[in-house]
Ligand binder design. Structure first.
Ligand SMILES: [Zn+2]
Length: 197
């Protein structure tokens, strides 16, 4: 479902034009956040943008106010902000992520994000991503016969040597040894891709 955005609005968004503040707000489907036109966040993909005439309407559709531009003076509590980002990470952990790209996604500064995430979650965002990736990798090692390389790539570590080293460092075993111990039965389980025998 694509929304049609008036050209003047789209122009205001990409130029961060404060003249349009309070004329409309824009929300981004992929991040669940809404902003003032003047927000300095990176321009979103046009097809993911929805326009709202006021902040209330955006909130009714479950979009959250941006941490950076605070549309209508609305402030998102830190807890919600971080939980929302954590949910996003849970779905996008296999993407190439950095602190900077996360900060873009959740509309905050990298510094503030790092501090706040750590305060609320107890670990840094990058550590959190690592935890999820390794847990997923361990899961795939248990239930599939996919190669270590494929599993590494699938969870966000396309560099196999790095993946193996990191896995061993954290799990105290190489992926291969981990699989030897934990591989579950011979049952036909889900595979990462369709291999023909
Ligand atoms: Zn914003």
């Amino acid at each position: 479902m694509k929304s049609r955005i008036p050209d003047t609005y789209w122009k205001a968004i990409i130029e961060n034009d404060s003249a349009y503040d309070n004329t409309f707000f824009y929300a981004v489907r992929t991040t669940g956040i809404f902003c003032r036109p003047s927000c300095k966040s990176r321009p979103p993909n046009k097809e993911n943008v929805r326009i709202f005439k006021n902040a209330k309407l955006a909130q009714l559709e479950h979009f959250r106010p941006c941490k950076r531009c605070k549309p209508n003076g609305l402030r998102l509590p830190d807890e919600e902000w971080i939980e929302q980002l954590a949910e996003w990470i849970d779905e996008n952990y296999s993407e190439p992520l950095t602190l900077d790209s996360l900060a873009e996604v959740c509309h905050g500064s990298p510094y503030h994000l790092q501090r706040t995430f750590k305060r609320i979650k107890g670990i840094s965002p990058m550590k959190y991503i690592q935890q999820i990736r390794l847990a997923k990798a361990a899961h795939y090692l248990k239930i599939t016969d996919e190669s270590v390389t494929n599993i590494g790539s699938a969870v966000g570590y396309p560099n196999t040597a790095y993946f193996v080293t990191l896995f061993k460092e954290v799990m105290a075993k190489t992926p291969r040894d981990y699989r030897k111990i934990h591989r579950i039965g011979k049952v036909e389980e889900e595979n990462l891709d369709d291999t023909n025998e």
